[in-house]
Ligand binder design. Structure first.
Ligand SMILES: *[C@@H]1O[C@H](CO)[C@@H](O)[C@H](O)[C@H]1NC(C)=O
Ligand SMILES: *[C@@H]1O[C@H](CO)[C@@H](O)[C@H](O)[C@H]1NC(C)=O
Ligand SMILES: *[C@@H]1O[C@H](CO)[C@@H](O)[C@H](O)[C@H]1NC(C)=O
Ligand SMILES: *[C@@H]1O[C@H](CO)[C@@H](O)[C@H](O)[C@H]1NC(C)=O
Ligand SMILES: *[C@@H]1O[C@H](CO)[C@@H](O)[C@H](O)[C@H]1NC(C)=O
Length: 515
C-alpha cells in the first residue's frame, strides 16, 4: 500500500518537472516555447516587466478566461504527413549520423488511430487538470462542495478539456457520498456554421463569411515565409545523411513533430534536430499565420472577438454575483470558455493589444503590421503565437478590488500590520486610509498585458471605469459590429451579442455531473 502510494507520487513528480532545454546550439533555449500552436502549455514570460502576481492589496473578485483546448493528437492531414515521413525513413537504405541518427528507428507516436486522431492526449488532459488546480488555488472562488459551471464549444477535444479542467478544479476533498455537492457542469455550444450560433458562441468566426475571406492571408503569408528557410535547413541536415535526401516538406513535418512528440509520448528528439534560429523562423511563420489569419492583421477578426469582450465587461460592470439587466443566469465569478486556437487572437484584436508599440513612428512601422518577408526579433514585438495559441493558450480578464492609498507591502513588512482580534486582515472599518477601487487586468498565458493608454492601476491595470469606456468607445468603433462586418445583415437569427453567459439558450447542450 505504502509502496504503491510512493510509486504514484514518483510518476507525478517526473511528469510535472519542467522540460529541460537541450537545443543543439544554445543550452538556454527551449524549442518547446517557440513552436507556436504546437507548443505545450507554458506560462508566457512577462513581456513588459509587469509582475505576474496579483498586486499587493488587490483581490481578484471576478475573472473570465477564453482558452484553447489542451494538447492533442494531429488532425488527419498532418497525420498523413507523419506517415509519409515514416515511409521515407523506412523505404530507403541509408546511414544517418549526429542529430538524425535516431530516424531509422523512429515511429509515428500514434498507436490507436481511430481513437486518437484529433482527440486530446494525456498531456492535454493533464494540462487542463493542472489549470483547474491552479485557478482554484489562485482565486479561491468556489467554496468546498460548491458547484461549478463552464462553457465549451462542442467539439470533443474541447469538451474533454473542460471536463478535465473541472476534475482538477473540484479535485479537493471527497464528496462522493453526496451527489448534490461538488458538481461540475459543462454547457456546450454549437460551433459550426450549420448551428448558426453567430456571435453568441465560443466560435464566432465560423459563422462570419467575411472573416474567411481575409483569414487566407494568414496561411498565404506563413507559407511564403516558410519557403524562405526550409530548403536551407534540408541542405544542412542532408550532410548527416548518406543515401537519403530530406526536402522542404520533410522539414515542415519534422519541426511539427517536436511539439507533438512531446505532447503525445513525452519525446523531444525532433526538438534537438534544429538550431535556435531555425526554431525562430518556424515560430515566426506561425506568428504570421495567426496575426494575419485571426489576429489584428485580419480586418474582421476584432469584430468576431468583440462580443465576448463586451459581454465580460458588462458582467464586470455588474460585479460578481450579479447578472446583466436582461440576464436570467448569474455566471460564476470564474467564467471559463473553452474553444479553439483561432478564437483566441480575435480577443487580442478586439482589445487593441499587440498591434502597436510606444516606440518611435519608425519602429512602429517596422514592427506592426508584422513584416511578411523577414523575422522581427525586436523584443518590443509582443505578438508571438507561442504565447497565445499554445495548447491551452488563453486570454483572461481579471476584475480586481484593490485598497488604494493604504500602506505598501514594504511599509507593512517594516512597520508591521495592526491586528484587532476577530477582525480579518487587520484593517478596522473606518480606520484604514485605503479606499477600495476596482481595476481590470488582461493576461495571456498568464503574462499580464497593459491596455494601451490605461495602465495607471496596480500591476499596470486599468481602472474599471476607464476599461468600460475603452471597450464601449474606441474598441467598439475599431472592432465594428459583428453582423455588419460579417456581411450578415438580414440573415435570420444573426446576432452580434454574446448572451450565453447570462441566459441558457435552446441550442445549448448541458453535461452534468462531472467530478
Ligand atoms: C519506396 O522505394 C521505391 C523503390 O526505391 C520507390 O519506387 C518508391 O517511390 C518509394 N516510396 C516512398 C513512399 O518513398
Ligand atoms: C449542484 O448541482 C446539482 C445538480 O444540478 C444540484 O442538485 C445541487 O443542488 C447543486 N448543489 C449546490 C450546492 O449548489
Ligand atoms: C519531398 O519528398 C517527398 C517524397 O519523399 C515528396 O512526396 C514531396 O513532394 C517532396 N517535397 C518537395 C517540396 O519536393
Ligand atoms: C492593427 O494595426 C494596423 C496598422 O496600424 C491597423 O491597420 C489595424 O486596424 C489594427 N488592428 C486592430 C484590430 O486594431
Ligand atoms: C443586455 O444588457 C447589457 C448591459 O446590462 C447591454 O449591454 C446589452 O445590450 C443588453 N442586451 C439586450 C439584448 O438587451
Amino acid at each position: 500500500m505504502v509502496f504503491r502510494a510512493s510509486f504514484t507520487l514518483g510518476l507525478l513528480l517526473i511528469f510535472l518537472s519542467p522540460p529541460v532545454a537541450r537545443a543543439v546550439d544554445n543550452a538556454e533555449f527551449n524549442p518547446l516555447h517557440h513552436v507556436g500552436p504546437s507548443s505545450p502549455y507554458f506560462d508566457a514570460p512577462s513581456q513588459s516587466a509587469i509582475p505576474v502576481a496579483t498586486p499587493h492589496g488587490c483581490v481578484v473578485d471576478q475573472v473570465a478566461y477564453i482558452l484553447r483546448h489542451g494538447s492533442r493528437y494531429p488532425e488527419p492531414g498532418s497525420f498523413t504527413g507523419w506517415k509519409n515521413l515514416f515511409s521515407k525513413f523506412q523505404n530507403a537504405t541509408y546511414t544517418a549520423r549526429g542529430p538524425l541518427s535516431f530516424i531509422p528507428s523512429w515511429i509515428p507516436p500514434v498507436d490507436d488511430e481511430s481513437h486518437q486522431i484529433t482527440f486530446l492526449s494525456s498531456t492535454g488532459a493533464s494540462e487542463a487538470f493542472s489549470l483547474g488546480v491552479k485557478l482554484r488555488n489562485r482565486y479561491g472562488m468556489t467554496k468546498g462542495g460548491g458547484n461549478m459551471t463552464v462553457w465549451a464549444a462542442s467539439q470533443q477535444r474541447v469538451v474533454d478539456t473542460a471536463t478535465f479542467f473541472l476534475r482538477g478544479y473540484l479535485s479537493q476533498g471527497n464528496y462522493q457520498p453526496d451527489p448534490s455537492l461538488n458538481r461540475g457542469t459543462v454547457i456546450t455550444l454549437a460551433e459550426s456554421a450549420t448551428g448558426a450560433p453567430f456571435a453568441d458562441s465560443l466560435t464566432p468566426s465560423s459563422s462570419c463569411p467575411t472573416y474567411g475571406t481575409f483569414s487566407g492571408a494568414g496561411s498565404k503569408n506563413s507559407d511564403a515565409f516558410r519557403a524562405t528557410y526550409r530548403s536551407a535547413i534540408a541542405k544542412r541536415l542532408n550532410t548527416f545523411l548518406n543515401g537519403l535526401e530530406l526536402n522542404a516538406t520533410d522539414i515542415g513535418v519534422m519541426q511539427d513533430l517536436c511539439g507533438f512528440g512531446f505532447e503525445i509520448i513525452g519525446e523531444r528528439r525532433f526538438c534537438d534536430v534544429f538550431l535556435e534560429s531555425e526554431w525562430l523562423d518556424y515560430e515566426y511563420a506561425h506568428d504570421l499565420n495567426y496575426y494575419y489569419g485571426s489576429g489584428p492583421g485580419n480586418p474582421i477578426a476584432a469584430a468576431t472577438g468583440y462580443p465576448w469582450v463586451k459581454a465580460v465587461s458588462d458582467l464586470f460592470a455588474a460585479g460578481p454575483g450579479n447578472t446583466v439587466d436582461n440576464g436570467t443566469l448569474v455566471p460564476p465569478a470564474l467564467i471559463m470558455g473553452f474553444t479553439h486556437d483561432n478564437n483566441i487572437p480575435p480577443i487580442i484584436a478586439a482589445l487593441g493589444l499587440w498591434n502597436s508599440t510606444t516606440a518611435s513612428q519608425h519602429e512602429k512601422e517596422t514592427i506592426y503590421p508584422l513584416p511578411v518577408d523577414r523575422r522581427v526579433d525586436d523584443p518590443r514585438r509582443m505578438f508571438h503565437s507561442s504565447y497565445l495559441v499554445s495548447f491551452l493558450g488563453n486570454v483572461a480578464l481579471e476584475r480586481m478590488s484593490c485598497k488604494v492609498g493604504g500602506p505598501s507591502e514594504s511599509e507593512e513588512r517594516e512597520k508591521g500590520v495592526f491586528h484587532q482580534a476577530n477582525v480579518l486582515g487587520g484593517n478596522v472599518e473606518g480606520t484604514s486610509k485605503g479606499e477600495t477601487e476596482v481595476f481590470v487586468r488582461v493576461r495571456a498565458n498568464d503574462a499580464p498585458i497593459a491596455v494601451p493608454g490605461c495602465a495607471s492601476g496596480p500591476g499596470s491595470s486599468c481602472p474599471l471605469k476607464n476599461f468600460l469606456e475603452y471597450v464601449n468607445g474606441p474598441r467598439k468603433t475599431a472592432s465594428g459590429d459583428f453582423v455588419e462586418m460579417c456581411g450578415l445583415d438580414g440573415v435570420e437569427g444573426a446576432t452580434s451579442e454574446v448572451k450565453f453567459l447570462t441566459t441558457l439558450g435552446d441550442g445549448d447542450g448541458v453535461l452534468l455531473g462531472v467530478a
